[in-house]
Write a protein that binds this ligand. Structure first.
Ligand code: FMN
Length: 100
């Protein structure tokens, strides 16, 4: 059964290693699935303020483009991250998304 697959990459480098790997993944996955690839460098993503308003409202107070990404995540059944490793963790761009 075809699934909606969202691939999120997070390197700022053009033709980066993780982007190349993600595109290879897309090539294979799109044979039997609906696949969308996005790169976080194309979105405005601001830092989490830690206000915790989201715990009461379910929404973030920051008006950036994370809401567009969340819509895509909600519409997907499989989520794939392609990221450089920076000091044993994901890139700052991906960490900022996950915090928000
Ligand atoms: C600031 C910095 C920190 C890094 N830290 C790690 C690390 O902790 N472990 C690791 O295996 N590679 C580390 N690397 C190497 C990158 O993960 C590696 O070059 C990766 O392929 C870069 O991904 P990209 O080509 O998609 O941008 C680091 C690179 C940079 C620039």
């Amino acid at each position: 059964m075809r699934k909606n697959v969202l691939v999120i990459t997070s390197s700022l480098r053009t033709n980066s290693n993780s982007e190349v790997l993600a595109k290879q993944f897309v090539k294979g996955a799109e044979k039997n699935n609906n696949v969308e690839l996005i790169n976080l460098k194309d979105y405005e993503i601001n830092f989490c303020k830690g206000c915790l308003a989201c715990q009461n409202t379910g929404k973030c107070v920051i008006n950036d483009e994370v809401k567009d990404i969340i819509d895509k995540v909600k519409n997907s059944e499989v989520l794939v991250f392609g990221t450089p490793i920076y000091y044993y963790s994901v890139s700052g761009q991906l960490k900022t998304l996950l915090d928000g």
